[in-house]
Design a protein around this ligand. Sequence first.
Ligand code: SF4
Length: 472
Amino acid sequence: MDLINSEAVEVAIVKGETPKETLLNGIEKLGGISKYINNGDQVFIKFNLILPSGFPTNTNFDILEILIQACNKAGAKKVYLGSFPFKGVTIKAISDILGLKKHFESLKGELAFLDNSNYFYMKGFNSKKLKVIKNRSFSRVNVNNKTFIIPKVILDSDKFISVNQVNVDPLFKCRLSLLNSYSIVPNKYQEIKNPQRHNQEYLLNDKYKQDLTSNILDVFSIKKPNLVINDLFYVLEAAGPVIYKDSNLTKTGIMVLGNDTVAVDAVTSKIMNLNIKNPDLISRAEEEGLGLADISKIKIIGENVKNIDLIIKECASKLDETKLQNFSIKTGNLCSGCFKQAYHLLNLMKTNMTKDLKYITPNNSFLIGDDPPDPNNIGKDNIILFGDCAINSTRKKEFKIIVKESKKKRKYKVNKKVLKLSGCPPDIFKCIKLLLNYYGKRDLPMLNLYSKTVASYTPEKITKKLRIWEVG
Ligand code: SF4
């Protein structure tokens, strides 16, 4: 479907009592599923599949059930469902924990193991066989001088549906469908690599976010969905987009769907009172001709935009708003890379270390960004340096050395109460391991339990396999 013609852009806003009924009503308002799916089509449904924690981190499975049934009813010859999960996590691990493969099979759909993790436990793979399967599964696509690998099952599908669970997001305010589209490529291809970091210009202009936005739009341009659904029937607000202690699930009873991702996101932003310039992903997408963001030009069906005025509690915009007991957060100049990772790490600690944080002694100073303020109580506090900017810019700071005065002489000692969490930005799972090593498992039993749970579905040998298969 070519959507350059703005008259072809349609967006439905629907309200209902249950998610299933609301989605069915929305599809009906857009003219029925047969307008999108033809007899004999291969369909790929991109949904949110991030962690094995289920809904609302991932898409509501009731919605997927309706979509699979609707596609089959329209005569689809095959309905695949898939997405790349959080870094280090495999589709097989999530499927095994949530029973996804069998569930989709029972509905006559098929979970697509985009990362090939269904092969990871099979024996007898030599490099030749591995290469054959990799070539069979992936295509290399060049966009704006960047190369992405993308699963052939997505590229080869006749129809592409994107269904997105709307939750708050620390960088883009809300996780809308443009952001959902990013995980059609493996994590390795989602990472922002820039050798010219650590300079003031990079930080001041937040080049990380600029590069991330460009990457998201480059990936989106590879395969645009035919049908796009923003499911905000329930929204995870306050802390998200995954479930944290400070998250709250609020019911709006609304879904927004249509045939142009940018238009669906623009209308969703409008009813959620998000500044369209701020989730700059939408305005950039329009500038690049990837869709329509001008609400006045979009044909809107169903509820009137003017009658909906949703107030959603956004993510904390400053790291020290995430209050952690016995932790003071000291922020220097930082880009969105460290902000995003620290946001998740701090929320994860708050969620999984309630008891640990309460009884950690003494206090802790968390320093982040270029040239952060000095820690409290030097010599007594534990000092955590988060990210390469914080580590590099504090090399010569006084807190690195402790001065002990006695009557006879003055002694200088290296302050050993400093933990460096390196990276640009740091990796969250690695940070957890380093925190456990530093404080000791005895002092962090809750974090240790969480770490063991994560390790049960992200074992070392699987991390290696993800790298070998070029998807980790
Ligand atoms: S270390 Fe963090 S703040 Fe510094 S450039 Fe890298 S991601 Fe940005």
